[in-house]
Design a protein around this ligand. Structure first.
Ligand SMILES: [Zn+2]
Length: 165
């Protein structure tokens, strides 16, 4: 196992005594919540009380009640990945409860790929952070190859920009 910390898997827990968690339609309730359905609408479909619906999204699956949004392209992409991870987990639970094991396996596989991609991104960010941490701007002779290469390409870019003016 790598010592690097992997991003936390925010899997919504299954609560045994929660009517929505036990339901084979659990994933449907999550999708409804994602599409801003009211607690009342979800309670009608789930044949559960509004209190049960609120409790489900407060304790069992709070991530569906929050909007996950990034402010820039990279964090938006990370947010999409996080959403895919959570949705695939939700789908895996629902398919398992419904006894649809091939669908559960597919969802679990998707969840694994999303988790791997998140771990890969975290590792790359750490590598880039380490590369910059070890370099001082006034000591180019000590820059590592990655930073030297980046600065060279940046200077080329600046020169091209200057020529085009
Ligand atoms: Zn629940």
């Amino acid at each position: 196992m790598s010592k690097k910390s992997s991003p936390e898997m925010q899997a919504p827990p299954l609560t045994p005594d929660c009517a929505l968690c036990r339901s084979a339609n659990r994933a449907s309730y999550a999708v409804m919540k994602r599409l801003n359905a009211s607690d009342e609408e979800i309670s009608e479909l789930a044949q559960a009380s509004i209190t049960q619906v609120q409790e489900h999204f407060r304790t069992c699956a709070p991530i569906f009640a929050d909007s996950i949004e990034g402010t820039d392209a990279i964090s938006a992409s990370d947010a999409e990945l996080q959403r895919l991870l959570v949705d695939a987990t939700e789908l895996a639970y629902a398919a398992t409860i419904a006894g649809q094991y091939s669908a559960a396996a597919a969802a679990t596989s998707c969840r694994g790929r999303a988790g791997n991609e998140m771990a890969r991104r975290a590792e790359l960010r750490q590598i880039h952070a380490d590369a910059l941490d070890s370099c001082q701007p006034d000591q180019p002779e000590l820059w590592n190859e990655k930073v030297s290469d980046f600065v060279a390409r940046y200077l080329d870019f600046l020169l091209r920009e200057r020529e085009s003016v």
